[in-house]
Write a protein that binds this ligand. Sequence first.
Ligand code: CP
Length: 315
Amino acid sequence: MKHFITLADLPDFHQTLDLAMELKNQPTKWDAMGKGKTLGLLFFNPSLRTRLSTQKAAQNLGLPTMVMNFSQESWALEFEDGTKMSGLRSEHVKEAAAVVSQYCDMVAIRAFASLSDKEKDEAEIVLRSFAKYASVPIINMESATAHPLQALADAITIKEFQPAHKPKVVLSWAPHPKALPHAVGNSFTKMMKHMDADFIIAHPEGYALNPKITEGITCTTDQEKAMEGADFVYTKNWCSYEQYGQILRTDDEWMITPEKMQRTNDGKFMHCLPIRRNIVAADGVLDSPNALVIQQSQNRIFSAQSVLKQLLENG
Ligand code: CP
């Protein structure tokens, strides 16, 4: 694995999952592995879980970290080639990525979608530019179109709470007042293609995810029917993909409620967090013992640790 930008970069998804479970049992077993190395964490957007869980994962491997809120603390970066840099952007990614590579042995980056330019977002300009100009591995801590560390943590959580039978897993869109990216929904969908489960995506009209990503997956606009007999209900908002970046509705009809959860097979509720209570899901859902959101957050440590360990082993 040269970089970890999407789940497809993993040499083996199931071996990574097994490694993450092993690390959860013995978090500090390889606590000398990172000695003499440094992990850089660059944030172009805010974070709670990703920042702290990745630092904790590095700490478990004896790997020191350096963190920078790039959008507030560093020079504004230029990503276009051949530009006359007469505007507000003071440093080109060519130099920035090469310089960061002098201080860090791996660089993890968070850079969300603009949601204004689909083509640019899908080109993953920030992550791909760093991967191009850095001389060290790049790790995705949520990019414009993918959040693979979250998806890996979600896979660990599903495995931990898996029933004896093949589970039914529903990814349900839910409302939100702000336009949110597709990264979590995309990576969850890609991750579920590796799992032995009946997987269905429920979303209102106009909210289909990228059809290239949902190819081969059952999608429906009937949320309540989708939730019938579900073992896991994973909820997430995303803006319209077709009418890129647009919010088409903000009503409560798709909010996850205790009444809707009653249709499930004593189903577990999942969400990557942060979550807006009584908008995305009702208090009664989040405060129920069937909510796994805190367990998902804990598993972010071991998804990150399994990726960092494999990159460290690559040298
Ligand atoms: N789930 C997740 O990535 O959380 P943060 O945005 O707080 O890092």
